[in-house]
Design a protein around this ligand. Structure first.
Ligand SMILES: [Cu+2]
Length: 124
């Protein structure tokens, strides 16, 4: 997460768009947030049950180290978007534009959300 954030900030700084803002400190609202999580190797769970992001464009990437296929999806406030379903070693990514509020991230594979493969994404 940290490394990606630095890369994103560096890219923005290189573009010069937010160079002035960055000179005064971290921008209050970065252009895009990049969140990462993983599926559990052994259970129908994610590595985290909550995520936070600033409003705007948010990308969530899930890595799947398990032998069961999983995906990442986001739902709430009229948003409902699924990433692709991936097997062991794969990555599922979803990019959404979110307003402030609470959303649910979950695995859209049949039965997985009900089994506990879900969490809360709080957007501020
Ligand atoms: Cu799943």
């Amino acid at each position: 997460l940290k490394r990606r954030g630095i890369v994103a900030v560096a890219a923005i700084a290189a573009s010069g768009v937010l160079a002035g803002t960055l000179a005064q400190g971290a921008p209050a609202r970065p252009d895009a947030a990049s969140l990462k999580l993983a599926a559990s190797k052994t259970q129908l769970k994610f590595s985290v049950s909550s995520l936070k992001a600033k409003h705007g464009k948010v990308t969530i990437t899930m890595t799947n180290p398990s032998g069961i296929s999983h995906a990442i999806a986001v739902e709430g406030h009229g948003v409902d978007k699924d990433g692709k379903t991936v097997g062991k070693g794969g990555k599922s990514t979803v990019t959404v534009t979110l307003k402030k509020g609470k959303y649910t991230f979950y695995c859209p594979v049949d039965g997985h959300r009900a089994a506990g493969m879900k969490g809360t994404l709080t957007v501020s």
